[in-house]
Design a protein around this ligand. Sequence first.
Ligand code: FAD
Length: 449
Amino acid sequence: MDHLAGGLSSAATVAIVGAGYAGMAAATELAAKGIAVTVFERSRVLGGRARAIESNAVVVDNGQHILIGAYRETLRLMSRVGADPQRMLLRLPLTLSYPGQLHLAAPRLPAPLHLAAGLLGASGLGWSEKLAAIRFMRTLKSCGFRLTDARRHDSVIALLDAHRQSDRLRTYLWEPLCVAALNTPPDAASAQVFLNVLRDSLAAERSASDLLLPTVDLGAMFPVPAAGYVTARGGRVLRDTAVGSIERSNPDTYILQTEDGRRSRHSQVILAVAPYNLAPLIQNLPQLDALRISLAGLRYEPIVTCYVGYPRTVRLPAVMLGHANGLMQWLFDRGRLGGPAGLLAAVISARGRHLDLSNGELAGRIHEEIAGLVPGLAMPLWSQVITEKRATFSCIPNLLRPPTLTPLPGLLLAGDYVAGEYPATLESAVRSGLEAAAAVLDQSPGGQA
Ligand SMILES: Cc1cc2nc3c(=O)[nH]c(=O)nc-3n(C[C@H](O)[C@H](O)[C@H](O)COP(=O)(O)OP(=O)(O)OC[C@H]3O[C@@H](n4cnc5c(N)ncnc54)[C@H](O)[C@@H]3O)c2cc1C
């Protein structure tokens, strides 16, 4: 921390504020190009909204995450920092399994046959429903997964209405995919962003729709090895170091002041904090007033993960199960994902009636729902409910998301909320980090390093 301890350094260094997936993606990319960055992270733990925590003496995550094969840049950066995706992710062909209700598994066939064959072979759907779903995807493909201007304001429900999708297709296929991907209830979620996700997953090459389930914690999966990669190339990752404010000292320099009063000077700064943490950081920069106002318009959706520890003999019939018409939406067998046998994780995305329950009531209701899927289920040994109240922004139609470049040269934004085609996900965070890194390189003397 040499240059933070004393006076201001005069070095033309790049600072990154925030060591979530966006910040660490930017840091990795710049380190790979020979730029030694300084990353400031408020927390002791790296990863932000995708981080490891300890619960009942077990390392879990702040929330169960799912990746898909279409997360091209996340997978590429994992490999770059030595986090082998083959070892750290369980790859499964797209499978939606609702015991006793619906089972759809996309066979390992070339696209788009995998999806058509998966739908045609699904149990729990009538023939007319299967054909309606295939027709829906064909129609979307024929219009390039773009809504017309007249329909740009449509919600996912309006889209499903327009394409006459049945109640069962909605309940077991489209609405769960919408809530899982956009973390927004289908009657409020953006149809266009949903189409972007369908285009690049279900309608892309077969591997893009594969489900990738982490078998290590979310810190070990990328941010921690990324920090090793950055420091090995002369950069620094400062934990427990919150930035309190940013000032512009002359047109080419930014001064960061940490909350404990240390100051450092940087030629370029990537702000990679969550949108709700950005406003206080930029309060001394009147040029960013419009940005601050637009961020105040963002709304957020929660995600609840309930970990339930059962005796070691408890095992789900599949590593991931869907659940409709209850509170939980997905159930994961963490015992098959590198965790201790008997540990299950139930996930509830987006707002809903579950938020009215106390943690104890919610854990009780989830145990009852799990008991409906696992005959003869033992009583839980322990449980923990983790509610991330602002897990992601609410992905509503026509949302104006800020771009990477701000009106101030050398001051850039990264994060899952930055303008892009995808909803708030690990992949959108990583892509935004890469874009910010590219802008740093563009703005560096001499252009691309
Ligand atoms: C429970 C849950 C489940 C999710 N499930 C999925 C999923 O299944 N699939 C998927 O793709 N995505 C999922 N997401 C979304 C995904 O986790 C986020 O989109 C992504 O992690 C956001 O990364 P980020 O880098 O943009 O922001 P963040 O992760 O929020 O990182 C910002 C970092 O900045 C730090 N910071 C803030 N202020 C300061 C400051 N003043 N000084 C220094 N540091 C600061 C924070 O501590 C944090 O580490 C889920 C999110 C949650 C919460």
